[in-house]
Design a protein around this ligand. Sequence first.
Ligand SMILES: [Cu+2]
Length: 147
Amino acid sequence: MKYLCLTALSILSILIVAGCGTKTKETETAPATIDGVRPATQGMMSTAYFKLVIEHADTDTLISAESEIAGDVQIHESYMTEDGMAGMREVGLVAVSRGDSLIFERGGMHLMLLDLKQDLDPGDTVRVELLFSSGKKYSSILTVFDN
Ligand SMILES: [Cu+2]
């Protein structure tokens, strides 16, 4: 998937940079997480940002994400390439423990909503779901940003 993502990056670099942000990894300050989804049009892609505190189990593993408004949802992370370009790649399984915060944010881990089935206009609401290996499913209703 890394190869596919990088291929997509080269083809759709403008779109992806717009979708994933270009924040560097230099800052270690706590992220100012703003829940929401970026506006986009049907057939395109968007990104979802939110925070989840793990409270349902001592340990679990995030295995996938989904949304009824997207043909596919991938868990991505942003990173800097060796030549200083902002890139992103699919994250594998994410092990979590009780009390951990899963933070989906601009420039960090985020949900990619691919092959959108409908326009995402400002103010619309979107349900995203995180699936864990325990069978736990976490749902979040997010609002589409104004820009
Ligand atoms: Cu991404």
